[in-house]
Ligand binder design. Sequence first.
Ligand code: TRP
Length: 373
Amino acid sequence: MDKKKVVLTGEDAVRQSHDKTPKVALTGEDASRQSPAKTMKIVLTGDRPSGNLHIGHYVGSLATRLQLQGDPNYEIYILIADLQALTDNAHQPAKVKNAVMELMLDYLAVGLDPQRVHFVLQSAVPALTELPMYYMNLVSQARLERNPTVKNEIKSKGFHKDVPVGFVNYPISQAADITAFGASVVPVGADQAPMLEQTREIVHTFNQLYGETLVMPTALLPTKACCRLVGVDGNGKMSKSLGNCIYLKDDATTVAQKVWQMYTDPNHVKITDPGQVEGNVVFMYLDAFYSDQKHLAELKDQYRRGGLGDVALKKLLTATLNNLLAPMRERRAYYEQHRDEVLGYLRAGTQHAINITNQTVQRVRNAIGIFQL
Ligand code: TRP
């Protein structure tokens, strides 16, 4: 009860001072969005623009976002974290730049509704670069280096002593992303849980030191085990760098080809052979995407007994995936032809974000009590 009250106080303060912000001019107009009712929960999540979204993203996070946007109790911000993407792509900024529009196209294609979601470009929001300067002083170097997500990424990217400071620092930048909007709900994949822990620590420290100012966020993690989709090769996670993805924008033939190459059970040679369901990539995908769970249970039984061939199974998976992706391809085709409209959504969302987050910066400056002109 008490905790809830604190959250509301934080949000109220943001809202109340909203009208006093000087508007920073961006070319796009701020869509005629109403200020949210005070009971609305603020949701913030984001992605690094570094490549197209795939069906692993769909089960891991996009499906949750689609659900949240159907609930009028949430005000949703989705951040295109281009500054964060630069922390390990400093030498290829064009890759990050080009991925911004692609990410917007993927978002709209998947069915995120620009009337319900504020799309925000991180680098265009000044608050997101100012807040980390204050938060950095509240976090020790040792604590940053202990962050398991960062530790893993440093290892997998082959960084050693040469790891960029900006990269090690990105959890602090992410804490700024989350707190700038006063987000209380942060839907993320399991790998991002340590980021939320770090953000919560920063919020706690800040509020202890300078008074109750920042909203304490909570991670919204996927509950289903299937939400960590393996790659089409069955090797670990679906990821762009491993080249084992089915992209949301893949056409029907490409999807069929990728499913066709999937690993099943090497001992299941003839249709009549008993087959193994566990570790069988085709079944893992059906678990994640096939909605008729009862039928799926029957198929598994039949496969285990023998009598169900891989071809029939792969055809079912191909049809299931193409069913899911067909409307996305259609929406993408529309938006690819209407890029100005897409840009308009990003501008409007970003403008709104600038106004909201400037309020937080002002409150943070007041709370710390720095000299102000
Ligand atoms: N770190 C996230 C990722 O790699 C992207 C991200 C940036 C993010 N800022 C965020 C996620 C704020 C949630 C909240 O996917």
